[in-house]
Ligand binder design. Sequence first.
Ligand code: NAX
Length: 326
Amino acid sequence: MKAPVRIALTGAAGQIGYSLLFRIAVGEMFGKDQPVRLQLLEITPALAALDGVVMELEDCAFPLLMGVETSDQPKTAFRDADFILLIGAKPRGPGMERKDLIEANAAIFSEQGKAIDEVANRNVRVLIVGNPANTNALIVQGNAPNIDPRCFTAMTRLDHNRALAQLAKKTGSHVRNLRQMIIWGNHSSTQYPDISQATVNGRRANDLVDKQWLSHNFIPTVQQRGATIIRARGQSSAASAGNAVIDHMRSWILGTPEDDWVSMAIRSDGSYGTADGLFYSFPCRCSDGHYQVVQGLEIDEFSRERMLVTEQELVQERSAIKHLLP
Ligand code: NAX
């Protein structure tokens, strides 16, 4: 048996945590031969609820689960962690502006970044899910100067999967026959889901759908999917978000297929003219636990405009939390 990996997860008593933890413990993230230890972080008032989740984990008698610890202290939960999933965040309250939300979360994520810097495995891989995910990632990474910036990513995989599902439905195909979808930019309603490189059964997606559908249906549907689910379910996406966390981590650590790529928000190195240092979603290929931005794609005017809009939003978010970056 392999040595267990330590996976820390915040917001462990929340909706996404509840759907995700059991899938990690059964081996869906890193494989059925990879034992795991879970190090769960919650805020103090949620620790009692978290105890209930831990009892349920025990009651599953998972062969791969080697231990579960809980804490309300980031430095305890992140100690020696090989993987950290930052899911817990402050939700948007009534009357709260996006700017207030950014600031409230900035305080949480700067503390967590410092804790990661101090106690996590030096080779840790961190995924930020809690919203605003891209800007939270910027804060976490900025507060962890002793860890390679490439160890931090934010999640746009749910958006990527949503885009695949919409295109498959429109073309009467199946998601497994689609390749090379892209989500550019922010995990927000300015994101740009781009099918210009995508193929469906080996045919160019752009030849199968009309521009009208693309602009008026596909792009807004993917951008607004989270809000549509809240309206229908009365709660935000949880199982599909947990599933995207599994997909993101599996792709990052175990690699992407030869003929495809995934969308990940990573610290921009200026690829495709994006502002340096923003956490921006790009098409990425992964192997051996590392990602590479797919380079050399042709960007037309239609795409360029939309890539800029979402970049501008990230620039504004960054200016709102500038004071929290060292
Ligand atoms: P819930 O409100 O169900 O759970 C959040 C949990 O986080 C709560 O149990 C809370 O006590 C805990 N928490 C709050 N502050 C914490 C802190 N400082 N340390 C540790 N735990 C803390 O939310 P859930 O539906 O699970 O969503 C979690 C986050 O994911 C939200 O910010 C949500 O907006 C975000 N999402 C991001 C997505 C993405 O694609 N990037 C998609 C899904 C989701 O909307």
